[in-house]
Structures are given as structure tokens and as C-alpha cells.
Design a protein around this ligand. Structure first.
Ligand code: GUN
Ligand code: FE
Length: 471
């Protein structure tokens, strides 16, 4: 079970980059990160050559991995909100918005997960796909089916991707007859069965943990929300749901829960707002609602690709950050059209710029490159309860990392008629901050050369061989 089994002491040398605060990115051009047999960061050196590092730490036997050329180590990305069973629909949303999108695309796809073979194909593909984009931790919604949900947890554990895996609860008649929980007791019993299974395969929750998942208020009756809140409390489990994503949805919540003060109040009165709750979208919340969420210590998942694709709105992330909310990024596949957190970094910045163009805040609404990368790493780590374990290269943290190789223009980028360069053109005169900017705005999975979770390699491309050194 232990994902760390078989790891050799390794020294990762070369440039590394990580967030050290919301607004500051540390770029260390000549670094060395020592990772021990348990996948923990034993030391971080900022200006020593490999031999000096080995001698200083008596790590002469450690395997070196060297980021060469225009390559650097970056913390693994954290996807705080995504729907693995919706992966085949990625990019398909047409002209729909949330409520008709659910009926047209989502429920038919998710209902097919009674077929465990089909589930296996889709889940294996999605975990491979997200790892290849550098996602080392994901908060997954599965479907209402216990066997398929448990299989997703098995796949994440086997592949070594950290995951929160949630069996979806939905018992109201918003859902079609063919895809809904038959009763509240079934919602609770099936959720409990999946929690027990996930805890049985990884008792310490080192890699996979369960998460209680009421889909969103309109999908659950008041009784179901209460019982699910109770289950989460009894199990001391994380909770994930959607909030204030779309104006039609908000009107529906008002209609379905007429005695509640607000959308937020629905969750609050059913004990679903805890410090372990992840709320996706949070686009149209009132000031009062935001205060309640802050007081309960719940966190937010910002899903900019999804918010634009199904035209839900522009989440006011600058304001939410200023108020002190804990925020990470989510791909929200397949409301979101892309499985990559890097793509969502870009779109978080674009969304903030559209808000800046429209609002009196002007430039103050803009998120910087540094801030968006923070949300993708340390921000996300805080959202999923791993702030002390992952998100940056600090001694004592677990080594969740990606080796980003930008290549250079000589790599196939000069050949007339045979242009096969990667997505980023680095000419060689760029400063490191400029190289990082080029990656953020033009990079993709072709640059993600290797990925590690807790020191274990979980993805690599053929280019990785150029970064291995002998002794
Ligand atoms: N609200 C309820 N279910 C969903 C879903 O699957 N995706 C999104 N984006 N919003 C939802
Ligand atoms: Fe979602």
C-alpha cells in the first residue's frame, strides 16, 4: 500500500520555483532538494553544487536528477474540484448553461457508470490525463454508484495520485428517475459504504481519502442534507458541494428552500459548512453569505474555465482573497473544458482582467501570475487540508513535484516544413522570471516531463531521460 515503498534517496538539482506567499514566487536558479526514502524533503539548498550538497548531507549514495537547460522543478498542481465521470464530455457543452447542461450532458453520462468496465476505462484515462498535466492531488466527484466510486479510489491509489474521492448524493426529483438515490437511507448507506471502503484501502489517508458529496442543494431534499451533514460529522470527513454558480440555480434554491435566508444558509442550517468543506464556484454570493462561509472556516474552489464555458459568471476572486477566504483552483471537468490546472491559472487571470475592465476597482481586480500560481499550489493545498504536507518545497513537506522542461528553439523549432517545437519558444536570452511567464501563458503538458507524488514518480515522458545523471 505505502506509496513510498521502493523510493531511493534522491537529490533534485537545478532551478526550482515555488510560491512563498500569495504575491511572491521564489525562483532559485541553482537549487538542490534532497528527498528521503519516505518521500519527504530532507533539505533544500539554494546555492551549492551537487558534490558539495552530497558531502554536506552525507548523501553520496543519493540518485541525482538534474533539471538541465530550460527546465525547472515546480510543486505539483492541486485540482480542488473535478468530476472524473464527466471526462468523456470534456469540451462538449454547446449553448447550455448549468441546469440544462446537467440534464443534457451530465446525468446521461454519469448514469452509465453502472457499467464497471466502462467506468474503469474512463477513470484510468482521466487519472493518467490529469497526472500528465502535473495534477498531483485532486478532489474528485464520482457518481452515485458505490462500485465505480471505489474503483476510482483504487486507481488513484495504484497510480499514486493523491485524491479525495466522493460518492455523489442526489435524491431529489431534479434528477431523472434513471439516475438518483432511491431514498435518504440509500444516500447515507451508500455514502458510508464508500467511505468505509476508501478508508480500508488507505487507512492513514496517505494518498486517498473519502469526501462526503451532496451534489448541490437542488439535488438533495432537506432531510437528505441533514443526514449527510450528520454523516460527515460522525465520520470527521471532508465535504464538497457546489454553491452560487448560476442565477437560475440560485432562484431554484430559493424556491426549494423558502425558509432559508440564502443559498449559504441552506448548507449552514444542515451543518454542511465546516473547516473541511470545499465549496465550488461561489460566483454570486452576497456579502452576508461570504461572512458566514468565512466564519465557518469553509474554503472555496475557483473554476474559471467552467464559469466561462457554461457562462455562469466571473467569480470576484480579488474581493474574496481580500476578505481572507481560503481559495484553490478547480478544473470542474466537464463544465470546465480542460483537465489542466495550468489552463485554469491562465483563465483565473483572464477572468480577473475582465472584471478589472468592467469594475471601478480597475487594475486592483487583476490577479497576478504569482497569485494565480499560489492558488494552484499552496492555496489548493490549504483547501484540501494538506497545507502542512504539500504545495511548496519546504523541509519536512512531502515531495509532490513536476519537472517542467521548456526546451529551446533549436529543438525542432527551426526546421522549415517540419516544425515540431514544443508550445513555448525560449531563445536563451530570457531571464528566469520571463521563462516562467512564458510557461504560464503558453505552456502545456508537452512541458510536463516528469511528475512525482511523495517522492514516487507517477508520470514521465521520453524527454525525462535527458535529466537523469549518473553519479
Ligand atoms: N452543480 C451540480 N452538479 C454540477 C456539476 O456536475 N458540475 C457543475 N459545474 N455544477 C454542478
Ligand atoms: Fe462541479
Amino acid at each position: 500500500m505505502a506509496a513510498s515503498a521502493g523510493i531511493q534517496r534522491t537529490i533534485y538539482t537545478g532551478p526550482f520555483v515555488h510560491s512563498i506567499s500569495l504575491t511572491e514566487l521564489e525562483i532559485c536558479e541553482n537549487g538542490a532538494i534532497g528527498v528521503d526514502e519516505n518521500g519527504l524533503i530532507a533539505f533544500v539548498e539554494k546555492d551549492l553544487d551537487l558534490r558539495a550538497v552530497q558531502e554536506r548531507h552525507s548523501w553520496q549514495d543519493a540518485t541525482p536528477v538534474q533539471a538541465k537547460g530550460n527546465a525547472f522543478f515546480f510543486p505539483g498542481f492541486i485540482d480542488t474540484h473535478t468530476h472524473a465521470p464527466q471526462h468523456p464530455n470534456t469540451g462538449l457543452f454547446g449553448k447550455t448553461t448549468l441546469l440544462d447542461w446537467l440534464q443534457t450532458y451530465t446525468f446521461p453520462m454519469e448514469s452509465s457508470f453502472t457499467d464497471i468496465k466502462r467506468a474503469e476505462t474512463i477513470y484510468r484515462n482521466f487519472v493518467s490525463r490529469t497526472l500528465s498535466h502535473g495534477t498531483t492531488t485532486a478532489a474528485y466527484y464520482a457518481t452515485i454508484h458505490v462500485p465505480a466510486t471505489n474503483l476510482l479510489a483504487d486507481i488513484c491509489l495504484a497510480r499514486g495520485q493523491r485524491a479525495l474521492v466522493g460518492r455523489v448524493c442526489m435524491n431529489s426529483d431534479l434528477s431523472p428517475d434513471y439516475y438518483r438515490d432511491a431514498s435518504v437511507s440509500q444516500s447515507v448507506a451508500d455514502s458510508k459504504a464508500s467511505i468505509d471502503y476508501i478508508r480500508s484501502i488507505d487507512p492513514k489517508g496517505s494518498i486517498v481519502r473519502p469526501i462526503v458529496t451532496p451534489r448541490f442543494a437542488p439535488s438533495c431534499t432537506a432531510e437528505c442534507l441533514s443526514e449527510i451533514g450528520k454523516l460527515a460529522n460522525d465520520e470527521d470527513a471532508f465535504i464538497q458541494t457546489h454553491i452560487s454558480e448560476n442565477k437560475g440555480e440560485i432562484a431554484l434554491v430559493k424556491e426549494l428552500f423558502p425558509d432559508s435566508q440564502s443559498y449559504t444558509d441552506v448548507y449552514d442550517t444542515h451543518n454542511l459548512l465546516t473547516p473541511k468543506t470545499i465549496l465550488a464556484h461561489a460566483i454570486h454570493l452576497s456579502k452576508e453569505e461570504r461572512k458566514i462561509i468565512l466564519a465557518r472556516g469553509s474554503s472555496l474552489s475557483h473554476c474559471p474555465c467552467s464559469n466561462t464555458a457554461i457562462t455562469s459568471g466571473c467569480a470576484p476572486i480579488r474581493d474574496l482573497l481580500n476578505e481572507g477566504h481560503t481559495i484553490g483552483l478547480g478544473t470542474d471537468v466537464s463544465g470546465g473544458f480542460h483537465p489542466s490546472i495550468l489552463e485554469n491559472v491562465r483563465h483565473a487571470i483572464w477572468t480577473s482582467r475582465h472584471l478589472a475592465l468592467q469594475s471601478t476597482l480597475g487594475d486592483k481586480a487583476k490577479l497576478s501570475t504569482e497569485e494565480a500560481l499560489y492558488l494552484a499550489t499552496r492555496g489548493g493545498a490549504a483547501v484540501v487540508g494538506l497545507a502542512d504536507r504539500v504545495g511548496g518545497f519546504d523541509v519536512g513537506k512531502e515531495f509532490d513535484a513536476q519537472l517542467i522542461d521548456l526546451g529551446n528553439v533549436q529543438d525542432g523549432g527551426l526546421n522549415d516544413g517540419m516544425f515540431d517545437a514544443g508550445p513555448v519558444d525560449v531563445f536563451g536570452w530570457e531571464s528566469w522570471p520571463e521563462k516562467i511567464e512564458k510557461w504560464v501563458y503558453a505552456g502545456d503538458d508537452r512541458n510536463t516531463t516528469a511528475v512525482w507524488v511523495r517522492g514516487r514518480m507517477v508520470h514521465r515522458t521520453t524527454r525525462y531521460a535527458t535529466h537523469q545523471v549518473n553519479g
